[in-house]
Design a protein around this ligand. Structure first.
Ligand code: SF4
Length: 162
C-alpha cells in the first residue's frame, strides 16, 4: 500500500473500499449454515506478522469487514471458522489441532497468506512442519504475501454471502 493510497483511505474512506464487488460471490455449500454471520477464531501458526497487519487493517475503521457479518472471537468454542496465518511451525501443530477440535461444526478452515497455503518463503525451514493443509482440511485459501485487505474481505464475504 502506498502513502498516497493510505492518505486517500483516511480522507475518503468510501473510495478505499469501492473496489470491492457490489455483491459477494455465491456462498459455498459448506457455509450455508452460517446464515450471513461468520465468527472467526484467528491463530498465528508461525507468521512473520505481515499477514496480521493486513487482517487488522481489514477489521479496522477504513475497511471495516464487520459490516459484512464477520467478527473475530476470543474462543474457538464461539467460532464458525478458523483463520490461520503463517506456516505451521512444529510447536504450533498441537495448539492448532486442539483449536480446530474445540470448534463446533461446520469448522471452516481459512488459510490466509502464501505461507499458510504452501509455506511460502519459510518452506524447508527447520522449525516448519508444513502448510495448514498438511495439518487440517482447508476450505478457503487467500493468496498473497501478505494478502491485501480487499482480498481478505472478498473471501470473507464469499462465506457470509453479504
Ligand atoms: S505470507 Fe508473507 S506476510 Fe504472510 S506470514 Fe508469510 S511472509 Fe509474512
Amino acid at each position: 500500500m502506498t502513502i498516497r493510497s493510505v492518505l486517500q483511505a483516511i480522507t475518503h474512506p468510501r473510495s478505499a473500499t469501492e473496489d470491492l464487488a457490489p455483491s459477494p460471490p455465491a456462498t459455498p455449500d459448506f457455509a450455508e449454515p452460517l446464515h450471513g454471520s461468520l465468527q472467526l477464531r484467528h491463530v498465528d501458526a508461525g507468521s512473520c506478522n505481515g499477514c496480521e497487519l493486513e487482517v487488522a487493517s481489514a477489521f479496522g475503521p477504513v475497511y471495516d469487514v464487520e459490516r459484512f457479518g464477520t467478527r473475530l472471537v476470543a474462543s474457538p468454542r464461539h467460532a464458525d471458522a478458523l483463520l490461520v496465518t503463517g506456516p505451521v511451525t512444529k510447536n504450533m501443530v498441537g495448539p492448532l489441532e486442539k483449536t480446530f477440535l474445540a470448534m463446533p461444526e461446520p469448522r471452516i478452515v481459512i488459510a490466509l497468506g502464501d505461507c499458510a497455503r504452501d509455506c511460502g518463503i519459510f518452506r524447508g525451514g527447520y522449525g516448519v512442519e508444513g502448510a495448514v493443509g498438511d495439518i487440517l482440511p482447508v476450505d478457503v485459501q487467500i493468496p498473497g504475501c501478505p494478502p491485501h485487505p480487499a482480498a481478505i474481505i472478498e473471501a470473507l464475504r464469499g462465506l457470509t454471502g453479504q
